[in-house]
Design a protein around this ligand. Sequence first.
Ligand code: NAD
Length: 264
Amino acid sequence: SSELMKGKRGLIMGLANDKSIAWGIAKACADAGAELAFSYQGEALKKRVDPLAAQLGSDVIIECDVADQESIDALFSTLQQRWGKLDFVVHAIGFSDKNELRGRYVDTSPENFRVTMDISVYSFTAVARRAADMMPDGGSLLTLTYYGAEQVMPHYNVMGVAKAALEASVRYMAEDLGKDGIRVNSISAGPIKTLAASGIGDFRYILKWNELNSPLRRNVTIQDVGNSALYLLSDLGSGVTGETHHVDSGYHVVGMKAVDAPDI
Ligand code: NAD
């Protein structure tokens, strides 16, 4: 615990349970003294999110389906009334039909392409615009991406295309909002077993492959992601914007399986 985030208020979007990347980030921020608000998707998740938020001393828990622009408006008007100002936002949200997270990308349906792009890409832009209005003294916005944006990964398919667009949107928004002292970054996390990840075909194999072949020879945890998020969300990251920061045990630098890496 430290004083790094003392006096800062942040919104965490995308908490589903205690395996969520959003939870690792929320804990790191709360441990450093931040005051947190949470948004969750749908009544079904409320019973999971309420006790987790309470654990971190938060009672600002607001429903928001990012597929619905009015729901995003309602979230920010509630926050405006509660807090007035905001220092940071974490967007840990992604969605695609799991039937299309296997097989061939080329078979992606137009409907799932649209929904995947809307929820996994546009929602961060929609949130950023509203958050920026509550950041008169600057702030920090963070989203989550994956290496499948840069290189072809098995089964990632339309989600890889969406993450590439998400990373590009981070760069454009860094320019748009930089003059107002608002930084926009993403963390490219290595594979972690979460609810969303369980929809990806052969995910256990992908986890094992990364563990055996990344420079650190282990998978990352939500604590690892939380630690790096803290750097980007706090004043430690004051000179960093438009960045895709890899928190993946170094996997993205590997060009070929190491000679000493065992077969799976
Ligand atoms: P998770 O299932 O815990 O979180 C995904 C969240 O997205 C859930 O809370 C869900 O409610 C929310 N969501 C989906 N559709 C929504 C909507 N319409 N409105 C509001 N919320 C919605 O899984 P996670 O792995 O923690 O995912 C968080 C982010 O991290 C995602 O963007 C994911 O792509 C990214 N990511 C995950 C991994 C991994 O291996 N787990 C790796 C890199 C990046």
